[in-house]
Design a protein around this ligand. Structure first.
Ligand code: HEC
Ligand code: HEC
Ligand code: HEC
Ligand code: HEC
Ligand code: HEC
Length: 383
């Protein structure tokens, strides 16, 4: 009997070990369902280069906005650089972080078409300067020598060929990178970064909002000095590094009964789960009471995060992040002294432990602040 159990256990162990070795370490495996490099582009005859700075000679405001965004840092971002080192320079990371083939030192191809036989060859058309620009103007706007944009008509004599692509008005424009499909050896029906999928339901989706509505504020202005004003959008893409954007996520309500205080937390401002994307990230809310003498009494803390088991098979151990429009209630003992209810909120890009590991092992330098307080002593009225 004991022997049988031992054999069964060894077989299970062997199976897990095989899966562990077969399972690619990278969270991202190229397939016909995933993002791919945009094919190599020639410089349109009318322009001097593909660089953002040169588009910015005419589209100066858009250029300045893009420079402040994380898109312009998608290749130089210190956390990306360190993680890329951790993943041994995995070139599949580049299909979203430097999406135009001109930006990549290598070409990725597959004879079978399904990328199980990934071939990596040198790219003779590699432009190292353009690589530094990450998700740059031409990664979104250029295809086959034509600059695509959001306007059906009325574009005046632009110095470069233009055409309309309805994608600019839809979330599919963003989803190609902000959605990682689940891979083999995974028990997750969505990928690790599933912002696109998360935004398919909930409060804002029902109202018809797309990513651009919240991440590219609308504005009416000329595309270039001397031209008439047109309706367009600021190229800002505020996200986790913007306190203003973070402040939009939650609304709080509090009710009191005899001896309990019930706090309702709602994700009323994000069109997806909060936080979304990168699975390292989490949000902590600390509720506290302050009596008339200014004495601080901690009440309750809640952490919104996802825990993923990566090996040997990927699955979600827990996920308490609020979906768009979703609420959660906390019931706590009512403080015995009179006073007011407050909340502090901090967005964490990663844990201190992960940061230390990146520093010690993967040469992380000039890191950005990973603990980002965004709600500072906000008072919650009690009804
Ligand atoms: C020499 C000036 C100049 C340069 C350089 C330039 N553009 Fe333009 N662009 C224009 C003008 C002018 C228009 C049309 C303005 C209008 O209709 O009001 C335009 C229109 C556009 C549009 C709108 C297309 C539409 O109709 O939907 C996009 C998008 C665009 N440019 C992107 C770019 C990008 C990306 C680059 C760099 C690769 C670039 N432009 C370089 C002057 C320039
Ligand atoms: C991540 C993709 C992305 C990148 C990178 C990007 N754009 Fe755009 N761009 C868009 C989208 C989406 C719109 C459509 C906005 C709308 O609905 O009007 C747009 C619109 C435009 C327009 C039309 C005017 C307007 O405000 O809508 C111009 C001109 C333009 N972009 C130029 C640029 C330049 C120059 C850069 C680089 C400095 C750049 N874009 C980078 C996605 C991008
Ligand atoms: C070609 C791929 C690509 C496309 C298309 C794209 N993004 Fe991104 N986006 C990225 C990458 C990569 C980053 C992270 C950059 C980094 O490493 O810091 C990013 C960062 C962001 C961030 C900041 C995230 C944070 O943590 O603060 C926001 C917001 C965002 N994108 C919104 C959009 C929206 C909205 C669209 C559609 C108009 C879009 N993106 C289109 C690749 C893309
Ligand atoms: C109703 C407004 C709204 C819509 C629609 C929306 N977002 Fe967001 N987004 C936010 C807010 C608010 C945040 C700030 C914090 C958060 O939720 O994590 C955010 C944060 C982000 C971040 C930073 C990561 C993070 O969790 O902080 C990314 C990336 C992002 N959004 C991408 C997208 C993409 C891609 C879409 C479309 C598929 C989209 N967003 C649609 C409001 C919106
Ligand atoms: C399918 C497109 C895609 C691929 C492939 C991809 N990323 Fe990203 N990455 C993104 C987007 C979009 C973001 C922006 C924020 C988010 O979703 O959290 C991002 C954000 C990041 C960040 C967080 C940056 C910050 O400042 O917090 C790191 C680190 C990162 N990616 C590393 C990698 C590495 C390493 C690989 C290869 C194993 C990779 N990415 C492959 C799309 C991609």
């Amino acid at each position: 009997m004991k022997k049988r159990i031992l054999i069964v256990l060894s077989l299970i162990f062997l199976l897990l070990a095989i899966i562990f070795f077969l399972n690619p370490r990278s969270i991202y495996k190229l397939s016909d369902k995933t993002a791919q490099f945009i094919p190599q582009q020639a410089i349109p005859e009318e322009l001097i280069s593909l660089k953002a700075r040169d588009c910015g000679v005419c589209h100066s405001e858009i250029y300045q906005e893009w420079q402040t965004s994380l898109h312009s840092k998608a290749f130089t971002d210190p956390f990306f650089t360190a993680y890329l080192k951790k993943d041994k320079g995995d070139p599949t990371c580049l299909v979203c972080h430097t999406p135009l083939l001109n930006q990549s030192p290598v070409i990725l191809s597959s004879d079978s078409g399904n990328y199980h036989d990934l071939k990596i060859t040198d790219n003779p058309g590699f432009d190292p300067d353009l690589q530094q620009e990450g998700v740059t103007c031409v990664s979104c706007h250029l295809k086959d020598g034509i600059i695509y944009g959001p306007y059906k008509k009325n574009t005046l004599n632009s110095p470069h060929p233009v055409a309309y692509d309805e994608k600019f008005l839809k979330k599919s424009q963003c989803q190609q990178c902000h959605e990682v499909p689940s891979k083999d050896f995974s028990l997750m029906n969505e990928g690790v970064c599933s912002t696109g999928m998360e935004s398919n339901s909930g409060l804002w989706s029902a109202k018809g909002f797309v990513c651009q509505d919240c991440h590219m504020p609308s504005v009416t202005r000329p595309l270039m000095k001397g031209y008439p004003a047109r309706e367009g959008r600021k190229h800002l893409w505020p996200g986790a590094y913007s306190s203003q954007q973070l402040q939009k996520i939650f609304t709080f309500k509090a009710n009191r009964s005899e001896d309990t205080l019930t706090i309702t937390i709602t994700n009323s401002g994000a069109g997806h789960k909060a936080p979304t994307g990168d699975p390292d990230r989490f949000i902590v809310l600390d509720f506290f009471w302050e009596d008339e003498n200014g004495q601080h009494i901690p009440l309750e803390s809640i952490e919104f995060k996802r825990q993923i088991v990566w090996q040997p098979i990927m699955f979600v151990l827990s996920d308490n992040r609020l979906a768009s429009g979703e609420s959660i209630q906390l019931s706590i003992d009512r403080p015995s002294v009179s006073g007011n209810l407050y909340v502090n909120g901090t967005y964490h890009v990663m844990t201190d432990r992960s940061l230390k590991r990146l520093k010690d092992k993967f040469e992380l330098k000039n890191e950005w602040d990973i603990h980002r307080p965004f709600i500072k002593k906000q008072k919650i009225d009690i009804h």
